[in-house]
Design a protein around this ligand. Structure first.
Ligand SMILES: Nc1ncnc2c1ncn2[C@@H]1O[C@H](COP(=O)(O)OP(=O)(O)OP(=O)(O)O)[C@@H](O)[C@H]1O
Ligand SMILES: [Mg+2]
Length: 226
């Protein structure tokens, strides 16, 4: 692990956020209100072929097709789809499994999973479709941005298959331990983060490099980093 940590926070515009290659996976972790979704919206806009699981119906992606019925995910031409399960399907394992299998079969898609715990709540810790996307997605061009409040309760594969993490200040020891074990973020370092601040970690060759703390400037530009 290498650390590039400063004592003062650096404000960054969203165009300075690291761009996850389209067939890679990445995680965004932090408690409620920390800024995960704000960060996800800005990352997601960079991908042409996109499939978002948005159970809280709050994702902002102008121009995307909004679909509520999992059986209809495959209809339509728009390459960007926001899937907002109907209230009936929020706890329905078939709906969630279908979402991931649709992505898997579609290929060349960046998956965005806001509220990854909603998948665990619906399917239990073994969602076969999600696991297929995580473990076999690369060869099919299926990437993923997975956000969660509770990293310790989400399947380990989400972290072991991801090379990139944005880590907001976690409150609970189990969650801090998971990020220390998977990305080398020292468990005591969460206390050093300001409100909405995060660490950025990137694994290369088994080594994690950790940078920060950063604060996303919500008023900053949204153009993609070259
Ligand atoms: N960098 C930031 N600067 C200022 N305000 C921010 C920042 N990031 C997020 N916020 C604000 O904090 C609030 C919560 O942000 P957001 O919805 O992204 O949190 P979240 O982590 O997704 O929470 P939840 O887990 O409950 O979904 C929003 O009002 C958002 O505008
Ligand atoms: Mg959110």
């Amino acid at each position: 692990m290498t650390l590039a940590l400063r004592s003062s926070v650096t404000r960054i515009p969203s165009r300075a956020l690291f761009a996850v290659p389209p067939s890679e996976r990445a995680v965004v972790v932090g408690p409620t209100g920390s800024g995960k979704s704000e960060l996800l919206y800005r990352l997601a806009r960079r991908y042409r072929q996109l499939l978002v699981l948005d159970p809280k119906c709050e994702f902002r992606l102008p121009g995307a097709r909004i679909e509520h019925e999992y059986r209809r995910l495959g209809t339509g031409e728009n390459p960007r789809i926001l899937y907002r399960p109907t209230p009936r399907d929020l706890g329905n394992a078939t709906a969630y499994e279908s979402f991931f299998w649709f992505a898997f079969l579609r290929k060349e898609t960046m998956l965005v999973v806001d509220e990854t715990m909603s998948v665990v709540d619906a399917c239990g810790p073994r969602c076969r479709g999600m696991r297929a996307c995580l473990v076999q997605g690369r060869s099919r061009g299926v990437g993923g941005l997975y956000a969660t409040q509770r990293p310790s309760l989400v399947p380990l594969a989400v972290f072991s298959e991801s090379r990139t993490a944005w880590v907001f200040a976690l409150n609970l020891d189990d969650d801090r331990v998971r990020m220390e074990k998977t990305f080398g973020i020292p468990r005591e370092s969460h206390a050093d983060l300001p409100e909405h601040g995060f660490w950025f970690a990137r694994k290369t060759g088994g080594q994690a490099r950790i940078e920060g703390p950063y604060l996303l400037d919500l008023a900053g530009g949204d153009a993609m980093r070259e």
